[in-house]
Design a protein around this ligand. Structure first.
Ligand code: B12
Length: 654
């Protein structure tokens, strides 16, 4: 029998980012408080909670005790086989234990003066993560100048945390990382077997801490409904562990699962064992399906929306076509109420300005427009609701939400988590922000399309835009066309330069290994990227290896793109990436290291005038052995791109 006011606890399972909460529980809490005001809704972020338990004096002492005991039981053999990270930790264990909490308080912004102790590099033990610094002390002064004491200390403190994360991964639980936990068990996992086996395994120290954390929250909140949000594959294992403890501690509680991973990967779910842990799995935007489920729990004759349940041992999908999603303006203002906002940890691991935005600073998150207004890119999951259903919100609604979030959190940083924020909506938003005298700092993802004129970009910068990311994918007009990206390299050059001229940092998502892409095209693409850096169009970038996904036009009609899907195992659990064969036969993996090396250097302003072939090592194949005189430069073809291609594009009128 359910009480008149249900107690609902929404949880983000570990691990996501540590600098700011992932926003799904905030969106859903805001919605439930608006549309179901009778219920008692609380939220928790187990990513930061688990991290703080592990990275505490008590947590690290446990780690040290366990590793010391293991080293002792293995005897002298241990010393020979022990990874350097663990050996260093064991040598300096007590120092780590006493320093971890002060370092965290510093990274939480609660004890800024500690910077003066950390910066001279005499306070913290320096494990393997510091190795590259010792070789190149100059890279720190390059990045922070003479006066950047705090930033320098934050970088060093972040390396200290990274060393400890390596200790946890290498010594305690190989599935643990700071922004994902057990990711491999869930990503594109055709069956539930590996997850089930891992859940039945002997718990690690990290598992024990997560279980204890769950027990604490269940005792405090006594929930009738627990909603678990799994945005990424790296949250699934944690979610299932939490679910199991909820069920054992409070058998009457209903456990509900939703989130980006579910929406993407669980669309062919037929595995009943998942429902030993979870009662309801909801697809796509959660607002209306969750409200519908709450009504259904009170009155089981009421229908469900986009909900998997287990009935008579089989997975059944319940969907009532007459029920509609809430329009974007009706969903309510997200709220962070209940989350420990002062405890988040700003990590500053990479000297790359865009990575810094991802892992540093507290960002309120909002969506300018739901879905993608372009929805044509052939590699993208267009058939999924979160991309295919486009719905913008009026600028005034957004600015009202921005004001409410600033009032609630006292913080004025915003990350717009759109697939691609539309230029018209951004213009309207920027005008309203200026009209209403709201001073915020914001960044987000866009398409580098020509609607971003220098005039619009200046307006966005005046309204608080500090950074922008966007897909340049493969910088090749032939492949951009095959992708239906709707932009050309010349256009991207002009748009990104306009952003840079306005003082907005530009990050480009880059791709290699697209169907039919040749080695020549990859090298030409790198050459264009080099020129984009040299001409101050972009300041940051990241190469992703292309992956075909089940819900993209390429995954659905591979023959149109010149590839064949490889045979797949039968799917009863997750499906996302699909294996394929590309008859072009290019060995893309061989190029990955060189591409990343080049980009890393470009981001530091290094090697911008070098021949791009010099970033690649010669292939270790027989042809090289037969031709020992082959130089490094010959390991890949010479670029066939005019050396002033980007400059000419910038000079030409649009
Ligand atoms: C912005 C974004 C990022 C940002 C910020 C991430 C962050 N930590 O905040 C950056 C660029 C850093 C990023 C990185 C990654 N991302 Co990303 N990201 C997005 C994006 C575009 C928006 C996310 C967002 O904030 N949405 C707003 C929230 C409110 O939406 P939501 O989480 O989906 O929640 C709604 C519903 O899902 C549902 N719901 C959610 N939880 C629950 C719970 C219950 C109980 C119920 C009923 C419903 C429900 O209701 C919510 C409101 O409608 C999404 C795609 C998309 N359009 O959603 C991809 C997406 C989530 N990312 C994805 C991936 C794979 C990643 C990476 C793993 C990529 C990589 N290989 O490194 C990393 C992981 C980073 C990390 N560990 O933190 C995938 C996940 C799919 C999958 N395979 O599992 C997505 C779906 C995109 C995609 N198709 O590739 N990402």
């Amino acid at each position: 029998m359910l009480p008149p006011a249900m107690r609902i606890l929404l949880i983000t399972p570990p691990m996501t980012q540590l600098n700011t909460p992932y926003p799904a529980t905030a969106y859903l809490t805001g919605c439930l408080r608006k549309h179901a005001p009778a219920e008692v809704v609380a939220q928790a972020d187990f990513s930061i909670e688990l991290f703080l338990r592990l990275f505490s004096k008590r947590g690290l002492q446990q780690v040290l005790d366990e590793l010391q005991a293991r080293a002792q039981s293995l005897g002298p053999r241990a010393a020979r086989t022990m990874p350097a990270t663990i050996a260093h930790f064991l040598e300096h264990g007590p120092k780590y234990v006493t320093l971890v909490e002060p370092v965290l308080r510093f990274l939480q912004g609660q004890d800024p003066t500690l910077a003066m102790r950390i910066a001279p590099r005499t306070l913290l033990p320096e494990g393997p993560r510091f190795a590259s610094l010792s070789d190149d002390e100059d890279s720190l002064s390059w990045a922070f100048g003479e006066l950047g004491l705090t930033d320098r200390a934050r970088h060093l403190a972040s390396l200290f945390i990274d060393d400890l994360a390596d200790v946890l991964r290498e010594g305690i639980d190989p599935r643990f990382e700071l922004s994902r936990y057990g990711e491999k068990l869930a990503a594109s996992a055709p069956t539930f077997d590996d997850l089930a086996a891992a859940l039945d395994d002997e718990p690690t120290l990290i598992d024990h801490e997560l279980d204890a954390l769950t027990r604490e929250f269940v005792a405090t909140h006594a929930p009738d409904v627990v909603g678990l949000s799994v945005p990424f594959p790296g949250n699934v294992y944690g979610a299932l562990r939490i679910a199991r403890i909820v069920k054992s501690e409070r058998p009457t509680a209903r456990v509900v699962l939703g989130g980006g991973y579910v929406n993407t990967e669980l669309r062919q779910l037929t595995e009943p064992r998942v429902f030993d842990f979870i009662d309801y799995i909801l697809l796509d935007d959660g607002e209306r399906p969750l409200l519908t489920l709450l009504d259904h729990l009170r009155d089981p004759s009421l229908p469900l929306l986009r909900t998997y349940v287990r009935e008579a041992g089989r997975v059944v999908y319940k969907n009532t076509a007459t029920l509609r999603d809430l329009p974007h303006p009706e969903t309510g203002t997200p709220t962070y109420d209940g989350l420990p906002l002062t405890q988040y940890v700003s990590l500053f691991e990479m000297l790359n300005p865009m990575h810094r935005l991802w892992s540093d600073g507290r960002w309120n998150k909002l969506t300018v427009a739901k879905g993608c207004y372009w929805k044509k890119c052939t590699f993208c999951d267009l058939s999924l609701d979160y991309i295919g259903r486009y719905e913008p919100a009026a600028a005034d609604v957004l600015v009202d939400r921005i004001e409410a979030l600033v009032r609630e959190t006292g913080q004025t940083g915003f990350h717009f988590v759109d697939e691609a924020a539309p230029p018209a909506a951004l213009r309207a938003l920027a005008e309203r922000l200026l009209l209403r005298n709201l001073h915020i700092t914001w960044w987000g993802n866009v398409r580098f399309e020509k609607a971003f004129t220098p005039e619009l970009v200046q307006l966005l910068a005046r309204s608080g835009c500090v950074a922008i990311s966007g897909g340049l994918e493969v910088a090749s007009d032939r492949l951009l066309q095959l992708m239906k990206k709707g932009v050309t390299v010349a256009q991207v050059a002009r748009v990104t330069r306009a952003f840079s001229d306005a003082g907005v940092l530009v990050h480009a998502y880059l791709m290699y290994g697209f169907p039919t892409e040749t080695e020549q095209e990859t090298i030409d693409s790198l050459e264009r990227v080099r020129q984009l850096f040299a001409e101050r169009c972009i300041q940051s970038g990241f190469w992703h290896r292309f992956a075909a996904t089940a819900h993209s036009p390429i995954g659905q009609k591979p023959e149109l793109f010149g590839i064949r899907l490889a045979p797949e195992p039968a799917v009863t659990f997750a499906r996302n990436e699909v294996p394929f064969e590309d008859p072009t036969g290019c060995d893309h993996d061989r190029l990955g290291i060189g591409l990343r090396k080049a980009l890393y250097n470009f981001m530091h302003g290094i090697g911008l005038d070098r021949d791009v072939r010099t970033w690649f090592d010669a292939p270790p194949d027989s042809s090289t052995r037969r031709r020992p005189w082959r130089t490094r430069q010959e390991s890949v073809p010479a670029p066939e791109v005019a050396p002033d291609l980007i400059r000419s594009a910038l000079e030409a009128s649009p």
